[in-house]
Design a protein around this ligand. Structure first.
Ligand code: ADP
Ligand code: ZN
Length: 759
């Protein structure tokens, strides 16, 4: 009787055991099967053969085998098992990340997608550019049909119907247009290519470009590591603008030349389209792209191209670590310190760390690249576990930006408490505008103002569901009337649960018309810049401004093309960009992250400031950064000014050692949720009490329980505790044992192994 273990996409559920009846051929590991679970039939994935069950257990038959060949390579199934174990999630959760979209249902995931495109009447087939058949003035078209034509006019290759639906174009609208002959609907055969859709310019790599001496040395070391064909981890610590991307490319070419595949991980593809474009230029169609902003159809097609072995290089975000490659030889993790590699929902894995585990199993080389490595990676290099390769200079001997600090205490004393842009920063911006150079302005806080309160009774605007104050966003309609203390029609929104209300003109409690805005975010800075520099063309990049698909690429390319003078934004503008005409970076407040009750606050601040300063002076003209702060003496700020990573590391590592924090001790964060605080606290106490016996072995300690800094979230109260120790396995085992004894707790307990954020 062939027994198999099957993982099903049910949270926290361990694999289940099934029998394969004689009528069905034994499905291989990684194949999908339909299995009965309770009263339902679900699609699961075979994770093990020869499963064992206790004598007398009632084992059900699988209902159906969906794949003859494994959908997932066995190596990826194994990796998912590791992820589930290490991060204490269910294996189904991990497999759900690894599976291509559309693979869960009964339906054939390979079915073709319906694509809509403008009918090409009147187009010139010669240059391939589609002339929209629909001029803007078709008689009798509804506004929604007009809008649909406008969307399609921007996509010469057509768009999947599913993607159009996301943009508000319904099937009925498309059908109407198809009847009029304006739009063609067809089932697309070819794989959808996200490069084309994103209208990404192909960058032709400059083959003739000579590496600098430093690059040459680094390349030599990296090539030797790659040629050895063994698992190694190299930390490529190169200052901003030192030409790391060029090295990634050459190394990738070498590894592909040797017949192995390359995975290039980036924090967020939309933020660094140039890296993807560079690889596309070098490898052509042998590159696949994997990230969550692709439509399901695109992701599905790209995934299957990889699975069929048609690509040499995968460029993707954290989930690309599960890409179904079977000749993996090199994993590059660009900006390895970036916190977006950590998934903040189950399974709470870290893409970089999973990449290292994967590479160790597939004997691949890992290159971690950063100008500001994580404490973990730098410590591993210092301890000799990783090979450290350093690039200390920018290419072509361009100097690093010079950094100046503006003490905002002095500024407030001289100019009053409402100053947002200091005199020094304003003067520097004005200078750049005259010289037609570009400016980046960073404030890592979005919205217009961060709090509203009544000047008479002190009532504040808090989220009814979460313990945070609501952030005020400027409505698009009220762009002009920006004076005065209250603004009709403005929305106050919770950044955690999305609750939103209109900001009233009078206090809800005392009816006084004195509502005051406090704290400022990127929207306010944008407004201030427009007021102060009327001639300047100002753009903004934050989660709010780029919500619409394609909006981010649009503003970034407008900035790159010189159509904007100043770009304001959150940390999104600090990442990896290479805008040669930026000669000034202004930081409105370096202090945004410093107040957080988080032991990584200093590290994050140092990284953010160093990275954003690194955006200046990357072209021929040298750059300058001006950092506004209330704490000019803080070591994160001081050392970021000097862009002295080693000094920062030395200082920070002592703090971590003394406080017994990572990288010296491992942390596990547990959050218990409850309908009342007492309820959550009581449950958390119960969990902690049951964990206590396991601490007697002395490998870990328990801290808490205590109210979480974010005490209420989405209507639930939160109490947290930490396990801190040297052996994660012991902590995991103890947690699993406790959870097994408290079946109800799993739905209310979130476990985060190696947490990045502990709010
Ligand atoms: P990093 O990723 O280290 O910040 P980049 O890889 O973005 O740096 O390189 C910075 C700039 O220098 C880019 O515009 C890149 O094209 C250019 N560059 C890289 N290597 C060389 C080289 N050997 N010669 C000239 N320019 C180079
Ligand atoms: Zn909320």
């Amino acid at each position: 009787m062939p027994l198999i273990s099957v993982a099903v996409p049910v949270p926290f559920l361990d694999p289940l055991t099934y029998n394969v009846p004689d009528s069905i051929a034994l499905p291989p590991i990684g194949a999908r099967v339909r299995v009965p679970v309770g009263t339902r039939t679900l699609t699961g994935c075979v994770v093990q053969h020869d499963a064992l069950v206790e004598e007398g257990t009632d084992v059900k038959d699988i209902a159906e085998a969906l794949d003859r060949e494994p959908l997932l390579p066995a190596t990826v199934v194994d990796l998912c098992r590791w992820v589930a174990e290490y991060y204490v999630s269910g294996i189904g959760d991990a497999l759900a990340v690894a599976m291509p979209p559309g693979s869960r249902g009964r339906a054939n995931a390979f079915k073709k997608q319906r694509v809509a495109m403008l009918s090409v009447l009147g187009s010139d087939p010669g240059d391939g550019a589609t002339q929209p058949a629909a001029s803007p003035h078709h008689r009798g078209l509804t506004p929604r049909q007009e809008a649909a034509l406008a969307v399609l006019a921007g996509a010469s290759a057509g768009l999947p119907v599913s993607a159009l639906r996301e943009r508000g174009v319904t099937a009925a609208v498309l059908a109407g247009l198809a009847r009029r002959g304006l739009v063609v609907l067809r089932d697309e055969q070819d794989d959808r290519d996200p490069f084309e859709r994103a209208a990404m310019a192909d960058v032709v790599p400059d083959a003739a470009r000579e590496l600098t001496d430093e690059q040459q040395l680094a390349a030599g070391e990296l090539f030797a590591l790659a040629d050895a064909g063994e698992f190694r981890v190299a930390l490529l610590h190169g200052v901003t603008g030192s030409g790391k991307t060029e090295l990634y490319l050459r190394l990738a070419q070498r590894v592909c030349g040797a017949g192995r595949q390359v995975l290039l991980m980036v924090p967020e593809i939309a933020l660094t389209p140039s890296v993807a474009a560079l690889f596309r230029g070098a490898f052509g169609t042998r590159v696949a792209i994997q990230h969550s902003a692709l439509s399901d159809g695109e992701r599905h097609d790209q995934w299957h191209r990889i699975r069929r072995g048609e690509v040499d290089v995968v460029v993707g975000t954290r989930s690309a670590v599960f890409a179904p490659l079977d000749r993996l030889g090199l994993v590059i993790v660009d900006e390895e310190h970036d916190s977006s590699y950590k998934q903040e929902e189950t399974p709470r894995y870290h893409g970089r760390d999973v990449a290292i585990v994967r590479a160790s199993r597939e004997r691949a080389l890992v290159v971690l690249g950063s100008a500001t490595p994580s404490m973990e990676s730098y410590q591993n290099a210092a301890a000799g576990k990783y090979v450290r390769i350093t690039l200390e200079r920018r290419v072509l001997d361009r100097p690093l930006a010079s950094v100046r600090v503006v003490n905002m205490r002095t500024e407030y004393a001289d100019q009053g408490p409402d100053v947002v842009i200091s005199r020094d920063l304003a003067a520097a911006i004005a200078e750049r505008l005259v010289r037609r150079e570009q400016v980046l302005v960073l404030l890592n806080r979005r919205g217009y103002s961060t709090a509203v309160f009544c000047r008479q009774c002190g009532d504040t605007f808090e989220c009814p569901n979460c313990s945070v104050s609501l952030t005020v966003h400027r409505g698009r309609m009220n762009h002009e009337d920006a004076k005065g203390t209250t603004r009709r029609g403005w929305r106050a929104r919770c950044h955690y649960c999305n609750y939103s209300v209109t900001v009233p003109t009078a206090c809800r409690k005392c009816a006084a018309p004195y509502l005051e805005h406090a704290g400022f975010g990127t929207e306010r800075i944008e407004e201030q810049l427009r007021e102060q520099f009327p001639g300047a063309r100002v753009g903004r990049v934050d989660r709010d401004s780029v919500r619409r698909k394609g909006a981010l690429a649009q503003v970034l390319s407008a900035f790159a093309a010189g159509e904007l003078d100043v770009l304001v934004g959150t940390q999104m503008i600090a990442k990896g960009h290479d805008f040669p005409r930026v000669t000034l970076v202004g930081v409105i407040s370096a202090d945004v992250g410093l107040g957080l009750a988080d032991f990584r606050a200093s590290e994050r601040t140092f990284q953010l400031l160093t990275q954003v300063a690194g955006r200046a002076g990357r072209g021929e003209r040298s750059g300058e950064a001006i950092i506004q702060t209330l704490y000019p003496e803080h070591y994160s700020i001081q050392l970021a000014c000097r862009q002295d990573y080693p000094a920062f590391f030395e200082r920070e590592v002592e703090f971590r050692r003394r406080m017994r924090y990572p990288p010296f001790f491992a942390l596990v964060n547990g959050v218990v949720r409850g309908r009342t605080f007492e309820d959550a606290m009581q449950q958390a106490r119960d969990v902690v009490r049951r964990l206590e016996p396991a601490t007697l072995a002395g490998t870990f300690a328990i801290l808490g329980p205590a109210p979480a800094p974010l005490g209420r979230l989405r209507g639930e109260h939160r109490v947290q505790f930490f396990l801190k120790g040297t052996r994660r396995a012991d902590m995991r085992r103890a947690l699993l044992e406790v959870a097994a004894g408290m079946p109800e707790i799993r739905r209310r307990l979130t476990i985060d192994v190696d947490p990045l954020s502990v709010l």
